[in-house]
Design a protein around this ligand. Structure first.
Ligand SMILES: Cc1cc2nc3c(=O)[nH]c(=O)nc-3n(C[C@H](O)[C@H](O)[C@H](O)COP(=O)(O)OP(=O)(O)OC[C@H]3O[C@@H](n4cnc5c(N)ncnc54)[C@H](O)[C@@H]3O)c2cc1C
Length: 393
């Protein structure tokens, strides 16, 4: 039997990376092993959002990683984003989810669409973890069908807006200092009426309550319902142009799919690592269960799917680096990697037997956490419809 280090090489990305990216992966892995992994079980069991995690991610340059160096970011390539978010996802899915919202959906949307004063005020605090951001798109009656959102921004005679409506499922919503929220300036315009606003969360009329009934996964994350009651917003708080909100939100979500896909690869990899270690140590019928052919068959399927997932994610990242149009590539990477990770986490629970059903082993947490990745930033069905439209329309 080979030793554990040989096994690691079978599922880590390192041997497929050039020297610089291998070192990059190892640096993020060390950070995650020291600052994130030790708390993953505790925050899940205690259902707490760890503010120190944000400070650590900010200090390590991870929150600013994907932004260009000229605005104070790390200048990561899309492949480096995928590498980093795989490591974060393997260590603690709450941390990867936090970064996806803070950096991917808020800071990057602001960098691409905000004006100078919005960027000056918020980009550095968001990248350093001194401020927390949230992305408010989903509503009780508008999920996949974003263009049907009902939050209303009514223009006032002085050019300001009054915003009213309800957002739910908002990650970081209860702890955020700033909210990138989408509202319609005219419901008759459909998608063309959607407009993004950058609002501080301490202003009058913003009421935040914990999202009720959330207990399945990502228990160490903050999810909120945000009620906006006649909240006033200046014209200078519009992000991009009035009516450009649908495009801004869709581009943000599309790019964010790379993080979700890479995070799924991380969960998948962790499921293999945990399950292999367990199966090699658990003995039944006089030998380690890893020697049984049916167990090996399941491990083999998990490992094969892991490499297929990572190949799709890295291919998509490299195409983005080359400036290619990657709408369908992102959808394929997210669809395949999240469904494969869910299947792998399912096998991980099974192969741990009764222990897989307890929180003493990470398998059940991986199984719970991965479910959200199949849903947010576009469900698996929505990804299929994006891919299908490319072929069929
Ligand atoms: C953990 C978590 C964190 C989240 N964080 C955020 C956040 O920070 N900000 C935010 O704005 N939102 C957030 N969301 C919301 C998330 O984006 C939505 O849940 C998601 O877009 C799906 O919307 P919905 O829940 O309303 O489901 P629905 O859109 O009602 O979908 C229900 C079912 O119908 C299917 N369906 C819908 N339309 C079609 C179609 N055209 N073809 C085929 N099937 C279809 C879906 O695939 C799904 O299976 C979060 C959700 C979760 C679970």
């Amino acid at each position: 039997m080979s030793d554990a280090n040989d096994h690691e090489q079978l599922y880590l990305p390192d041997s497929d990376l050039d020297d610089a990216n291998r070192e990059f992966a190892q640096a993020i892995r060390s950070f995650a092993a020291e600052k994130l992994a030790p708390f993953a079980r505790e925050i899940d069991e205690q259902r707490t959002f760890r503010r120190e995690m944000v400070d650590d991610l900010g200090r390590a340059g991870i929150l600013g990683g994907p932004l260009p160096a000229e605005v104070g970011g790390g200048g990561w390539t899309p492949l480096q984003l995928a590498i980093a978010h795989e490591e974060l996802g393997a260590a603690c899915s709450n941390a990867r989810g936090f970064c996806a919202v803070q950096t991917g959906l808020v800071a990057q949307c602001l960098h691409h669409n905000g004006d100078e004063s919005q960027r000056d005020r918020w980009l550095r605090p968001l990248m350093r973890g001194e401020a927390i951001g949230a992305f408010g798109l989903t509503e009780p009656e508008a999920g996949s069908d974003v263009a049907s959102l009902q939050t209303r921004a009514e223009r006032q005679p002085d050019g300001s807006y009054r915003i009213s409506g309800t957002k739910h499922w908002i990650t970081n919503g209860g702890v955020a200092d700033v909210l990138l929220v989408f509202a319609t300036v005219d419901p008759n315009l459909g998608a063309k009426g959607l407009t993004g606003f950058l609002l501080t969360t301490d202003r009058e009329g913003v009421q935040r309550t914990p999202m009720p009934g959330v207990d399945l996964g990502h228990r160490g994350s903050d999810h909120a319902v945000i009620e906006l009651r006649n909240v006033s917003a200046e014209a200078s708080e519009v992000v991009g142009d009035v009516g450009a909100g649908f495009r801004i939100a869709m581009n943000g979500l599309a790019a964010g799919r790379l993080s979700v896909a890479a995070g799924a690869v991380g969960i998948h990899r962790r499921a293999i690592a945990e399950t292999t270690a367990f199966a090699r140590s658990r003995r039944q019928f006089g030998k380690p269960i890893s020697r049984f052919q049916m167990v090996q068959e399941r491990l083999a399927d998990m490992l094969t799917a892991l490499h297929a997932s990572r190949s799709l994610v890295h291919r998509c990242a490299r195409r983005r680096e080359a400036g290619a149009e990657t709408h369908a590539d992102l959808a394929m990477a997210k669809l395949y990697s999240t469904e494969a990770a869910a299947a792998a986490a399912d096998q991980a629970v099974m192969l741990h037997g009764g222990r897989g059903y307890t929180s003493a082993y990470p398998a059940e947490r991986l199984w719970r956490d991965v479910q959200a990745l199949r849903i947010y930033e576009g469900t698996s069905m929505i990804q299929k419809s994006i891919i299908g439209r490319m072929l069929g329309d």
